[in-house]
Design a protein around this ligand. Structure first.
Ligand SMILES: C[S@@+](CC[C@H](N)C(=O)[O-])C[C@H]1O[C@@H](n2cnc3c(N)ncnc32)[C@H](O)[C@@H]1O
Length: 508
C-alpha cells in the first residue's frame, strides 16, 4: 500500500535516478523465509527502499534485528515513524559504509550504471581498497553491492539478492560468478519466466540468488517460476527446483543465460552463439499517442489534401502484414486497397490543409494526451528509418518475423531491427535463423507471457536473444538463403522447414 502511495506521489525521474524498483511482497517473503532458516542474529538490507524485506522478516520473527541502508532522503519521509522494533535505518550511502559481521543479507540492489553514480570518483578508491579489488570494469552498481555484501557476511551466513538475469551475461559479472561458484557460495538460482504477472513494472527477466557461506560444494539448484500462484503456493524454496547443475557446468567465463535457459527447453543453445545485439539493435516502433488520427489511408490523404510531403509510408497495424516477406509491391497493393499504410508526418506546417487537420485533432483533445503533450509540437512523430526486419510485439504461438523490403516505417505493433555493419551484411541470414524452429524457440525463451497463450517481446528481450556468431553465419550458403526468402513469399510452411534445415548446422 505504501508502495502505491509512493509511486503515485513520486516523479518517475526520481525513482529512475535511484533505481527504485520494489520487490513484490510474495517474492520478498520467499527470500525472507529462506534467509531466516538458520536463526540469524542480525540481518542487513543494503538498499532498504520502503522496507519490504524488513516487513516480511518481522512478520516471521520479530526478534531479529535488521540494519537497513537508504541513500534517498525523499523515500525516507514515507516511513511511518522512527520507532520500528528491531530496526536501524542508516540514512546514507551503503557503498561508503564500513561494516561487517552479518548472519543474513537480503537485497534488491539499485541496478544502475556506475557512471550515473554521483560520488563515484570519491568513493571508488576507498571501495577498491576495502574490497581489495580493481573496480574499473564494474559497470553496474548492483555488482558492487553484491561483492561488498559477500565480504560482510559471516561464516555460515546466508545471502539472497534479486537481480536482472542478464547480469550473468555481462563482462563485469564474470568475476562475481567466479567468486560465487569457486567459493561454493551459490546454492540456488530462481528465474521468473512470467515477469508481467510477478513484476509488472520491469522489462527484464528477474532472478533470485541464494548463497550460503558454508564452504560446501553442493549442486546448484535451478528453479523456474511461471506465475504468482506458484510463488504463493510455495513453502520452502530450497525444496522447489527443476534442475541441478554442478559447479563445472557453470563456468564463470561463459554466459549463464543460455546454459540455464537450455535446461528448460528441448533445445540447447550452442555455447558459441552470441547475442543479437552483436548485429544491431531492436527498437520499438513509433508511438503516436493517437493512432487513429496519425494512421491514414490513401483516400483520406486525398480528401484532406495533405499531400505526399506530409505523410510517410507506414505499417500501422500488425494484421496488415500476413506474409513473412513484405515488399514495395505488397505495400502498393495495401495502399490501393485503401488500408491505413501511411502516417501523418508533418513537414509543411503552414499548409492550410495541414493546419485544418491539426485543428481537428486539437478539437478532439489529442494534443493533450500523455504522449502528445510531452512532444513539441505535439504532432511531430519520432524520426525513424524503415527497419529491414520486424518482430511482432504480441504473439500467439509463433513469433511474427517479417523481412521488410519496403520503405515503410512502423508503429508500435512491431519492433524494428536496425542493423550495424555486421548485421547489414547478414540480414537475410539472420532472418532465416529467426524464421527457423530452433531460432523461434530460443527467442521464445526471452518472452513474457500475458496469459491466454499471448506472449510479449520487449526490444531488450530481442537484443539479448542468442543467435549464431559471425563465423557460424558465414557457413550458411547464400543461395539457400535466397531460396528461403523466395519460398517465404508464397509457401510459409516450406520456408520454415527449409530455414530449420539450414539452421540444424549449428545444433550438431
Ligand atoms: C531496487 S530498490 C529496492 C528497494 C527495496 N529493498 C525493495 O526491494 O523493494 C533500491 C533502493 O536502494 C536505494 N539506494 C540506491 N543507491 C543506494 C546506495 N548507494 N546506498 C543505499 N541505498 C541506495 C534506492 O533509493 C532504492 O530505494
Amino acid at each position: 500500500m505504501l508502495e502505491h502511495k509512493y509511486i503515485t506521489e513520486t516523479p518517475l525521474k526520481h525513482r529512475q535516478n535511484y533505481a527504485q524498483f520494489f520487490t513484490p511482497e510474495n517474492v520478498a517473503k520467499l527470500m525472507a523465509k529462506w534467509l531466516l532458516k538458520d536463526q540469524p542474529k542480525n540481518i542487513l538490507d543494503p538498499a532498504f527502499g520502503l522496507g519490504v524485506f524488513y516487513e516480511q522478516i518481522n512478520k516471521i520473527n520479530p526478534n531479529i534485528h535488521l540494519t537497513g541502508y537508504e541513500i534517498d532522503s525523499h523515500i525516507r519521509t514515507y516511513y511511518h515513524s522512527n520507532n520500528y522494533p528491531n530496526l536501524t535505518i542508516i540514512n546514507s550511502d551503503y557503498l561508503q559504509s564500513d561494516i561487517k559481521g552479518y548472519d543474513g543479507i537480503i537485497c534488491n540492489p539499485p541496478y544502475m550504471r556506475f557512471q550515473k553514480f554521483l560520488n563515484r570518483h570519491e568513493i571508488l578508491p576507498i571501495l577498491e581498497k576495502k574490497l581489495d579489488k580493481k573496480l574499473t570494469g564494474y559497470a553496474n552498481i548492483a555488482s558492487i553491492f553484491l561483492i561488498k555484501a559477500i565480504q560482510e557476511l559471516n561464516d555460515k551466513g546466508r545471502l539472497t539478492f534479486l537481480l536482472p538475469f542478464e547480469f550473468f551475461n555481462t563482462g563485469y559479472g564474470t568475476e562475481i560468478k567466479q567468486i560465487l561458484v569457486e567459493q561454493n557460495l551459490l546454492k540456488q538460482i530462481v528465474i521468473f519466466n512470467n515477469e508481467k504477472d510477478i513484476f509488472p513494472e520491469v522489462t527484464t527477466t528477474i532472478c533470485l540468488l541464494f548463497c550460503q557461506k558454508n564452504g560446501q560444494n553442493e549442486p546448484i539448484k535451478i528453479t523456474t517460476i511461471q506465475n504468482n500462484q506458484e510463488i504463493n503456493n510455495l513453502d520452502k524454496i530450497e525444496n522447489y527446483y527443476q534442475y541441478t547443475l554442478e559447479k563445472s557446468e557453470l563456468p564463470s567465463e561463459q554466459k549463464w543465460t543460455p546454459i540455464i535457459t537450455s535446461l528448460s527447453q528441448n533445445i540447447t543453445i550452442p555455447k558459441d552463439f552470441c547475442q543479437v545485439s552483436m548485429y544491431g539493435k531492436f527498437t520499438r516502433g513509433i508511438a503516436t499517442g493517437a493512432n487513429d488520427f496519425f494512421a491514414l489511408t490513401k483516400s483520406q490523404i486525398m480528401e484532406l489534401e495533405l499531400g505526399e510531403n506530409n505523410v510517410s509510408k507506414c505499417i500501422t497495424k500488425s494484421p496488415l502484414i500476413r506474409k513473412f516477406v513484405f515488399t514495395e509491391d505488397d505495400f502498393q497493393e495495401l495502399s490501393n486497397q485503401n488500408k491505413s499504410v501511411y502516417c501523418l508526418n508533418v513537414k509543411d506546417e503552414n499548409q492550410p490543409s495541414v493546419i485544418n487537420y491539426l485543428k481537428q485533432g486539437e478539437k478532439l483533445g489529442l494534443h493533450d494526451r500523455y504522449l502528445t503533450k510531452n512532444r513539441k509540437p505535439w504532432y511531430k512523430i519520432e524520426i525513424r528509418q524503415p527497419a529491414p526486419i520486424l518482430f511482432g510485439v504480441f504473439n500467439r504461438g509463433r513469433i511474427k518475423v517479417i523481412r521488410n523490403y519496403s520503405n515503410a516505417i512502423n508503429f508500435t505493433c512491431f519492433h524494428g531491427f536496425y542493423p550495424n555493419v555486421f548485421g547489414t551484411e547478414n540480414l537475410d541470414k539472420l532472418f532465416v535463423y529467426f524464421l527457423s524452429e530452433q531460432g523461434q524457440s530460443i527467442i521464445k525463451s526471452n518472452k513474457r507471457s500475458y496469459g491466454n497463450n499471448l506472449d510479449k517481446l520487449e526490444p531488450g528481450d530481442l537484443n539479448n536473444c542468442f543467435c549464431p556468431n559471425l563465423k557460424q553465419l558465414n557457413l550458411i550458403d547464400n543461395e539457400q538463403v535466397l531460396e528461403v526468402i523466395e519460398l517465404a513469399k508464397t509457401n510459409e510452411k516450406k520456408a520454415i522447414l527449409m530455414s530449420s534445415k539450414i539452421t540444424e548446422l549449428f545444433f550438431k
